[in-house]
Design a protein around this ligand. Structure first.
Ligand SMILES: *Cc1c(COP(=O)(O)O)cnc(C)c1O
Length: 381
């Protein structure tokens, strides 16, 4: 005998806080053979040394991972010259962003960030019961730091600065960022999300030892100088480990302790930890790959400009096309040419930098339909 299906009215009520939370939308998947340029992933397959580090551990996946992640945390602490207690790892830096919010904010608190920025921020903030405060980017698609300072209230607990910003690829310079951090009250945590720092050719603090290590970015130096700064880095983008889920935060001791309390236990697998360590051992190979991606990024922007589309100069591994009302049109053109990008209707399209072949495909798609023709049609319609 089969039991009757339970009527929907009998299900327990869900947390009303979730009503305002949109489900996270993954960058569209691409049909076989298409260029998937929708999630800022690396176009390169995993390094052989990374594959081998993972393979070595496959025989022990019946065991839980080491929750304290001693090897990768030790390596990162050494690299950045910080106490290992200040370093935390998570299942991607998105998990760490969530931990940081939960560590400092709850019901009635505000968490601020620029908009448009990383799509996960508004949901993560709402899930924590806090209120997102979104400060529009300026006309050049950059953070409006003065506007953000002016929007700080006594309820503000955390401010994200996504640098370079996703999806616009713009950066806040080191000196500008320091002025901002210095002006933010010390009881507000400034989280500098540097998911794309590896692609950023901007100069950092010239006088800091960090200047020689691009991955230190401005964030690490500000962490050193100020007590209310945390930094987020990820292995997902430049390092090509998006599928394994590992990122890290460097935060003040009390904040890092709170993060460890709110973390879901065993979130970072041993495979991910091993792959991250192997990646730190492959800096030169990774640097060469990063250089290839940034070259494609710059070509991608040229291709867009040559076809009459606007394209913002980018310091990340993607290009923002502020197409406005023509975003859907560009999405269709790319799609027809076998390119899947990330489209925000009415705002713009973010196209990830991929391989030379991917860039070529974008160029061919744009050349097939020249936008100025479409615009002319619209004007005469
Ligand atoms: C991709 C991304 C992340 C995190 O990615 P993970 O895979 O969770 O490490 C964090 N911040 C920004 C701005 C991103 O674009």
């Amino acid at each position: 005998m089969t039991l009757p299906v339970t009527p929907a009215t009998a299900t327990p009520p869900t947390n009303p806080r979730l009503d305002a939370v949109p489900a996270y939308k993954q960058g569209r998947s691409a049909p076989a053979g298409a260029s998937k340029l929708s999630s800022n992933e690396s176009p390169h397959p995993p390094l052989p040394s990374v594959v081998s580090a993972i393979s070595d551990r496959l025989g022990s996946i019946h065991r839980y991972p080491q929750m304290a992640a001693p090897e990768i945390i030790g390596r990162l602490a050494e690299r950045y010259g910080v106490d290992p207690d200040l370093v935390t790892v998570g299942a991607g830096s998105v998990e760490l962003a969530s931990q940081l919010i939960h560590a400092v904010a709850g019901e009635g608190d505000e968490v601020m960030f620029a908009w448009r920025s990383f799509e996960a921020y508004p949901s993560l903030v709402r899930i924590a019961g806090a209120t997102p405060v979104m400060v529009p980017l300026d006309e050049e698609h950059r953070h409006d730091l003065d506007g953000m300072l002016a929007a700080i209230t006594e309820r503000t607990r955390l401010v994200f600065v996504c640098n370079p910003n996703n999806p616009t690829g713009t950066v806040v310079g080191a000196a500008e960022l320091e002025r901002f951090v210095a002006a933010v009250p010390r009881d507000v945590l400034v989280v500098i999300d540097e998911a794309y720092v590896h692609f950023d050719g901007s100069p950092y603090f010239a006088d800091a030892p960090a200047a020689t290590d691009p991955e230190r970015g401005a964030g690490l130096e500000l962490f050193r100088r100020y007590p209310h700064v945390a930094v987020l880095h990820t292995f997902s983008k430049a390092y090509g480990l998006a599928g394994l889920r590992i990122g890290y935060a460097i935060a003040p001791a009390a904040i890092a302790d709170a993060q460890r309390k709110v973390a879901v236990p065993f979130g970072v697998t041993d495979l991910a930890q091993a792959a991250a360590v192997a990646s730190l051992d492959a800096q030169e190979e990774l640097a060469a790959r990063i250089a290839e991606v940034t070259a494609q990024r710059d070509r991608l922007r040229d291709v867009l400009l040559e076809s009459g589309w606007p394209a913002v100069p980018s310091q990340a591994n993607f290009v923002w096309v502020p197409a406005g009302e023509r975003a859907a049109e560009l999405d269709r053109i790319l799609h027809a040419g076998g390119v899947v990008a990330r489209t925000f209707p009415g705002e713009g399209v973010r196209i990830s930098a991929g391989s030379a072949e991917d860039t070529h495909r974008v160029a061919a798609a744009l050349a097939a339909v020249h936008p100025t023709a479409a615009v002319r049609e619209e004007a005469t319609a």
